[in-house]
Design a protein. Structure first.
Length: 540
């Protein structure tokens, strides 16, 4: 380690005195102007992680669903998954070390993790379309190079594309070719193969309106669309040509406000979807003949996917275990439907795909989705091997199902939740099953729900347990929530500090929208009073 060079370069990316940040749900996120030092230091850390794992590590510069002024960074581990928890702690220590302590922290991490500093390091970098992203990714590169790491800068990428690149590179190309072209070809080939099998190929199955949140998803979908156009035509909205990133559009807006994005004209019963700012989430929706808006969120996506996979396994005659992983935000009706009607085991983890992903790895086939539309399906190597064999050996009908499953496996991005890949999976399933968006929506009826945000002085005063479904601190908060929940039928509520925004999130569901809205408001007031609310306070 050339400590002199590190000190010199670090001074060019100086940390604002006293600024404390936390590696949260999906890395560091805050106002872009506070992140230069974090980016430089994450470049350094990525080199150490690469040396330790003898693998390529990814660094993604994005703040995903956050407003355009924010930015963020997350590190991608060797198999395309989120950074290991022990390294998240190192990331937090390194980001918060004052200038004079930075070298010591770097040496501490290297020693604790037995990093062989002579080992080569390789880091791949991607960024979203935020105005601040290009400069910040240059700071990452400065960090990588000063520690002697090699790098490849992919430039503009969706977050799941960067995860895919890392996975490809560390599996010697077995998972796919580590280029944007390789990604487009792999997914499109699988999609076109699948949709060829669909008996219903009328126009209603072939066209889709996509709200791209004025983000990177628009660029990448536009580059990709001609690869799959024989199976699907997409019409892009909020493509970044005029609007602001994530402003009044995108998956997070549509899910949390339960209304369509601005800038998209929707005719009744037209199938529409929204990506978020870095294209790792997707939600679907439509207007019915009476003009009512219907949201199809991550829970219903998980239901569609897991029921299709289950049907294919039955046809092939394989009894493999499928599990679905959700979080506390999952609608109560979805959990009931999955468990009671589909007879699929359901597990609940803390928010954050890193938690869901690890749980899903425990199954032969693990389908995980957050209600906000972030998710994918994972297939164990045993499944992949068995299905490959079946596709070669079985009699006609079974072989066809096995071939379908093989293509579905290729169509999923198994490194991370991916809006483009999920969109193609959903479109293929709808076409193959001959399902309209209304029929899909009718699988079960969501319990009315409401999500709110509360501003508090320090959101860390709230701690939770039981996969975030119960508050442990501050004292009295859980008791207050319990009392409020008792007032409404079929009700449930919880609160948790966000790991990506400086707010406390409140979730409530009940038998009617009015009750869900009241309950969410009353819980917000309890948070405001008991957890140090600031500002105006919750408005009815
Ligand atoms: C990130 C995480 C998601 C999480 C979301 C909100 O999404 O990857 O797993 O659900 O933040 O997290 P929180 O409620 O802690 O703010 P994204 O799309 O913003 O990267």
């Amino acid at each position: 380690m050339d400590l002199g060079a590190i000190t010199k370069y670090s001074a060019l990316h100086a940390k604002p005195n006293g600024l404390i940040l936390q590696y949260g749900t999906a890395g560091f996120r805050t106002k872009a102007e506070h992140l230069d030092h974090v980016m430089f230091r994450m470049g350094l850390l990525a080199v150490l992680r690469s040396k330790q794992t003898k693998s390529t590590i990814g660094v993604m510069v994005t703040a995903s669903h956050n407003p355009e002024e924010d930015n963020g960074v997350k590190l991608v581990d060797p198999l395309g998954e989120m950074l290991a928890p022990s390294w998240e702690e190192h990331a937090t220590c390194l980001a918060n070390a004052e200038e004079q302590d930075m070298q010591r922290v770097l040496i501490d991490v290297s020693e604790k993790e037995a990093v062989n500093l002579q080992q080569d390091a390789f880091v791949v970098i991607g960024r979203d379309t935020r105005p601040s992203s290009e400069k910040l990714s240059q700071s990452v590169i400065d960090g990588v190079t000063v520690l002697g790491g090699q790098f490849h800068d992919y430039g503009l990428l969706t977050t799941p594309q960067l995860h895919y690149m890392v996975y490809c590179r560390n599996t010697g190309g077995r998972y796919g070719k580590a280029t944007v072209e390789g990604y487009y070809q792999k997914l499109s080939k699988a999609f076109v193969e699948l949709t060829k099998q669909a008996s219903c190929s009328g126009d209603e199955y072939r066209s889709l309106k996509v709200d791209c949140a004025n983000g990177i998803g628009a660029l990448k979908l536009r580059e990709m669309e001609h690869y799959f156009s024989q199976g699907l035509s997409v019409q892009l909205f909020n493509d970044g040509s005029k609007g602001k990133l994530n402003h009044l559009c995108g998956a997070d807006f549509v899910k949390s406000h339960q209304k369509p994005p601005q800038g998209m004209e929707i005719k009744s019963n037209e199938r529409c979807c929204s990506f978020d700012g870095d294209a790792d989430r997707i939600v679907y929706y439509y207007h019915d003949a009476d003009g009512h808006f219907h949201l199809i969120d991550g829970d219903k996506i998980a239901t569609l996917i897991s029921s299709f996979l289950k049907e294919l396994l039955v046809e092939i005659g394989e009894s493999l275990n499928i599990g679905v992983v959700q979080t506390a935000y999952a609608n109560g009706s979805s959990t009931r439907y999955l468990e009671e009607v589909m007879k699929v085991p359901v597990y609940c983890t803390k928010t954050g795909v890193k938690h869901l992903h690890h749980k899903a790895q425990e199954f032969d086939i693990g389908v995980y989705f957050e209600a906000n539309g972030h998710g994918t399906a994972l297939f164990s190597t045993t499944v992949e091997r068995k299905i490959k064999q079946s596709a070669e050996q079985l009699e006609d009908k079974k072989r066809k199902a096995a071939k379908m499953l093989e293509n579905i496996i290729d169509l999923f991005n198994q490194a991370a939740g991916d809006a483009i890949s999920d969109m193609l999976v959903i479109e293929a399933i709808l076409a193959l099953k001959g399902l309209t968006v209304q029929q899909w929506d009718a699988l079960y009826t969501d319990l009315p729900n409401r999500q709110l945000k509360v501003q508090v002085a320090d959101r860390r005063v709230i701690s939770t347990t039981n996969a975030e479904r119960q508050a442990v601190t501050p004292p009295g908060l859980q008791e207050a929530i319990n009392d409020l929940v008792k007032k409404y039928k079929l009700s449930r509520a919880f609160v948790r500090p966000s790991g990506t925004e400086d707010v406390v999130r409140v979730y409530a569901e009940a038998d009617s929208q009015e009750s869900a809205d009241h309950l969410a408001h009353e819980v917000s007031l309890a948070v405001f009073q008991l957890a140090g609310g600031i500002g105006e306070g919750p408005q009815p």
